[in-house]
Design a binder for this molecule. Structure first.
Ligand SMILES: [Mg+2]
Length: 272
């Protein structure tokens, strides 16, 4: 018989959910079987939750539209990206800081929303986000500004992103280029930096002990959740296989074949 562990908060409520997006809700833009139904169960029961993505290309509004076009019914306020976390981080460190961003609308909008102004002459921060359209000119400018003393921040350390045509170099790889040119290492805000989860919990007004992190990667989602003191759930619909668990010194609290299988553990369904 399958393991049936009920994850509840210390007071007995259903735990607040932090849901990784890629590999948990969707793969690329293909929805994972019954994941939209599970999200709807959370909405119907007013369980607090947030959908997480390390991808800083898109605004939450665009991401919600993309998810809703494949069967979800999500409000953009439920989406938290590494771009939002990065803008929040910079605003906490230095309110009204100036930034030279390279990336796409998701990052630029997030910086603007935190009142962080664009500066390509002597910015406080060079901020590198995800893009499929980096220009050599921008990279050169970023490296020169970092060499001149701008603080160097990346939205996420992922070095590649899978796509239909093969892996695409990602933010971490582009930051590595600037690091090689300048000798200055970036500071990354997205997962597995627990800052991103702490910021989301603060938004939801929840404590780690009231929250579960659901992810498909042992070395980012599960590690960051564990370090923050959340219960962690590994789904087997993405990057990490159960067979790789032995390589890591930490384990998830629970392993389920897919997100929808959590409904048994939440007491939503008798069986799936
Ligand atoms: Mg993932």
């Amino acid at each position: 018989m399958a393991e049936q562990k009920v994850l509840r908060t210390p007071s007995g409520d259903i735990a607040c959910h932090l849901l990784d997006m890629d590999g948990v809700l969707v793969r690329g833009m293909t929805p994972i079987v019954r994941s939209a139904e599970y999200v709807q169960l959370l909405v119907d029961r007013s369980v607090p939750f947030m959908v997480f993505s390390n991808n800083s290309r898109f605004t939450p509004e665009v991401m919600a539209d993309r998810l809703n076009s494949v069967g979800f019914q999500l409000d953009s306020s439920k989406i938290y990206t590494s771009a939002l976390a990065t803008a929040e981080f910079i605003n906490l460190q230095k309110p009204n800081a100036t930034c030279f961003p390279i990336g796409e609308e998701g990052l630029k909008q997030a910086l603007q929303d935190q009142n962080l102004q664009y500066d390509d002459v002597a910015p406080d921060y060079v901020v590198v986000g995800e893009s499929v359209d980096y220009s050599f000119q921008e990279l050169t400018k970023s490296a020169q500004l970092v060499a001149s003393g701008a603080r160097f921040v990346g939205t996420n350390q992922d070095t590649s992103i899978p796509s239909e045509s093969g892996a695409i170099p990602a933010c971490g790889a582009v930051c590595a280029l600037i690091e090689a040119a300048t000798g200055v290492a970036p500071y990354f805000i997205g997962k597995p930096n627990p800052f991103m989860m702490r910021a989301a919990l603060a938004k939801l007004g929840k404590d780690p002990s009231d929250t579960i992190m659901v992810g498909d990667r042992i070395d980012t989602d599960i590690m960051a959740g564990m370090e923050l003191g959340l219960q962690t759930v590994l789904v087997l619909t993405g990057a990490s296989a159960e067979s790789s668990l032995g390589k890591y010194p930490y384990r998830p609290s629970l392993i389920v074949p897919s997100l929808y299988h959590l409904s048994v553990h939440m007491g939503f369904e008798a069986d799936c």
